[in-house]
Ligand binder design. Structure first.
Ligand code: HEC
Length: 203
C-alpha cells in the first residue's frame, strides 16, 4: 500500500513536470511575431544540399545555379516537331507528307495506344471514334467528325488522314480540340496514331 502511494506520488511529480514543460513550450512559441520561436530540429531548416542562390566553391564561378552545358536539351522538354512542323496549315500538310510512325506496330504498342486513346481522346471522339463521346452525349460539345466516315475541316476524308496529320493534330490540336503535347510524350502520341488508324477502318 505504502509502496503504491509512493509510486503514485512519483507519477504525479512526473505529470506536473511534464505539464510545466509543455506550458513553457506553448508560451515560448507565442513570442514576437517576427521571431520563429523555439526552433525544434534545427537541421530540418538547413538542408544538406546547396540552395540555388548559395555560393559554391565546387564550381569555377562560385555559384550553385549552373547553366546547362551547350547543345543539351532538357529531358522531355523540347519537341523537334515544333521547329520542323509549326502549328500552321503548311506545317500540318508538311507533317502529313513527311512524317511517319517511328514505332513498330506490335500487339503491345497497339494495346498501349488503345489504352491511351481511351483515356485521352474517347471522351470526345467516342470509344470507336465515331464522334459520340460522353461529353458529346451530354450535349455539351459539338461532335467531332467520325474517323471512319467523317470529313476533315482541313479537307479530305477522315479515313485518309496520314500518320503525320494525326500526330500534328494530337500535338497542336485544331479548333475546339486542344493541344496534347504537354500531356503526351511523342512516343505516346505515335502509339495513339496507330490506334486511330484501326478506328479509321471501322464502318
Ligand atoms: C475536347 C474534345 C476532344 C478531345 C479530348 C480530342 N479531340 Fe480530336 N477533335 C475534336 C474536335 C471537336 C475535332 C474537330 C475539329 C475541327 O476540325 O474543327 C477533332 C479533330 C480531330 C482529328 C481530325 C484532324 C483533322 O485533320 O481534321 C483527329 C485526327 C483527332 N481529333 C484526334 C484526336 C486524338 C488522337 C485525341 C486524343 C489524343 C483527340 N483527338 C482528343 C475534339 C477532341
Amino acid at each position: 500500500m505504502k509502496g503504491n502511494m509512493l509510486a503514485m506520488n512519483k507519477l504525479r511529480v512526473f505529470n506536473m513536470a511534464f505539464l510545466a514543460l509543455a506550458a513553457s513550450i506553448v508560451i515560448a512559441s507565442c513570442g514576437s511575431k517576427s521571431s520563429p520561436g523555439w526552433e525544434y530540429a534545427r537541421n530540418m531548416y538547413d538542408p544538406i544540399a546547396y540552395n540555388p542562390d548559395q555560393p559554391n566553391k565546387n564550381f569555377k564561378d562560385g555559384k550553385t545555379a549552373q547553366l546547362p552545358p551547350a547543345n543539351t536539351t532538357p529531358v522531355g522538354g523540347f519537341d523537334k516537331l515544333e521547329e520542323s512542323y509549326p502549328n500552321t496549315l503548311e506545317g500540318y500538310e508538311a507533317a502529313g507528307k513527311n512524317m511517319s510512325n517511328p514505332l513498330p506496330v506490335t500487339t503491345e504498342t497497339l494495346e498501349q495506344g488503345k489504352s491511351l486513346y481511351l483515356n485521352m481522346c474517347s471522351q470526345c471522339h467516342g470509344l470507336n471514334g465515331a464522334g459520340d463521346g460522353a461529353i458529346v452525349k451530354m450535349q455539351k460539345f459539338p461532335p467531332p467528325p467520325s474517323y471512319a466516315t467523317g470529313t476533315s475541316s482541313r479537307g479530305g476524308a477522315m479515313k485518309d488522314l496520314t500518320d503525320g496529320k494525326i500526330f500534328h493534330t494530337i500535338t497542336y490540336g485544331v479548333n475546339l480540340m486542344g493541344p496534347h503535347r504537354y500531356q503526351l510524350t511523342p512516343n505516346e502520341r505515335w502509339k495513339i496514331v496507330m490506334y486511330v488508324h484501326e478506328l479509321q477502318k471501322l464502318q
